[in-house]
Design a protein around this ligand. Structure first.
Ligand code: ADP
Ligand code: MG
Length: 140
């Protein structure tokens, strides 16, 4: 399996509870390496653009409000089959369904405030990485 990259966000519910390190520790223990990271405040336009794929979903407006409710940490992660490795350690979208030891089971507050985002495909990973990072900001 090849070493690849994925995109991660530590969401406002986690930064608010000072869990940046706790979440990152679980990512690292899963075999992922943080090759770019920055703490930012998303604008409404950035959050709407990032989640544009969900704009017809009933939870879209609440999701955007949540994602701009505090700082987030955007990260590029590198590792073996990074998209799947990250999705596995994240756990299910709804923490009630997430497996023991996953980030969402350990930390998430709700199906919305679920502590992390992770790309769902290699194609989306490339798009999402480029949305937040210039190539020279990523150092593997
Ligand atoms: P995932 O983050 O696991 O890939 P989705 O892409 O389906 O999940 O949804 C994006 C985000 O929207 C979720 O992480 C969560 O924050 C929010 N969300 C998803 N489903 C719901 C829902 N039914 N109610 C409220 N928020 C939701
Ligand atoms: Mg998704």
């Amino acid at each position: 399996m090849a070493v690849t990259r994925t995109f991660s966000i530590i969401k406002p519910d986690a930064t608010r509870r000072n869990l940046t390190g706790g979440v990152t520790k679980l990512l690292e223990e899963a075999g992922l390496r943080v090759v770019a990271s920055k703490r930012i405040q998303l604008s409404q336009e950035q959050a709407e653009g990032f989640y544009a794929v969900h704009k017809e979903r009933p939870f879209f407006n609440d999701l955007v409000s949540f994602m701009i409710s505090g700082p987030v940490v955007v990260q590029v992660l590198e590792g073996e089959d990074a998209v799947k490795t990250n999705r596995d350690v994240m756990g299910a979208t709804n923490p009630a369904d997430a497996a023991e030891g996953t980030i969402r089971k350990t930390f998430a507050e709700s199906i919305e405030a679920n502590s992390v985002h992770g790309s769902d495909s290699e194609e989306n990973a490339a798009i999402e990485i480029a949305y937040f990072f210039k190539p020279e900001e990523i150092v593997g």
